[in-house]
Ligand binder design. Structure first.
Ligand SMILES: [Zn+2]
Length: 107
């Protein structure tokens, strides 16, 4: 069974990784637009992909920050909906999850 400290280290590492990735995405999106129409079309598609990645990353960052708050408050590992413990095997896969498997499945 992983300790809360180990979970926290795992979450913080993931947060750093996501923050660095989002900064890269933002700098890509700030690149100047090409002159050629064909290249512009490709760039627009790439930008849409990057924006989707960015939105998913922002969402994950929010969940990780909320999980780190719950660690500070001592409520980490407890489902925010029903109050049951979240299984360790679930936290291994999704350490930032606020819900147990049953409640997540009901959403
Ligand atoms: Zn639950």
């Amino acid at each position: 069974m992983a300790t809360v400290e180990a979970r926290k280290a795992q979450l913080e590492a993931r947060l750093d990784e996501l923050t660095a990735r989002l900064q890269r995405i933002e700098s890509e999106l700030e690149q100047p637009v090409s002159d050629s129409f064909a290249e512009q079309a490709v760039e627009r598609e790439e930008e849409e992909v990057l924006e989707d990645l960015g939105a998913a990353g922002v969402q994950e960052i929010r969940m990780i920050e909320a999980a780190l708050d719950r660690i500070d408050q001592g409520t980490y590992g407890t489902c925010v909906v029903c109050g049951d413990p979240i299984g360790d095997d679930r936290l291994d896969v999704l350490p930032q999850t606020p819900m147990c498997r049953d409640c997540a499945a009901r959403r």
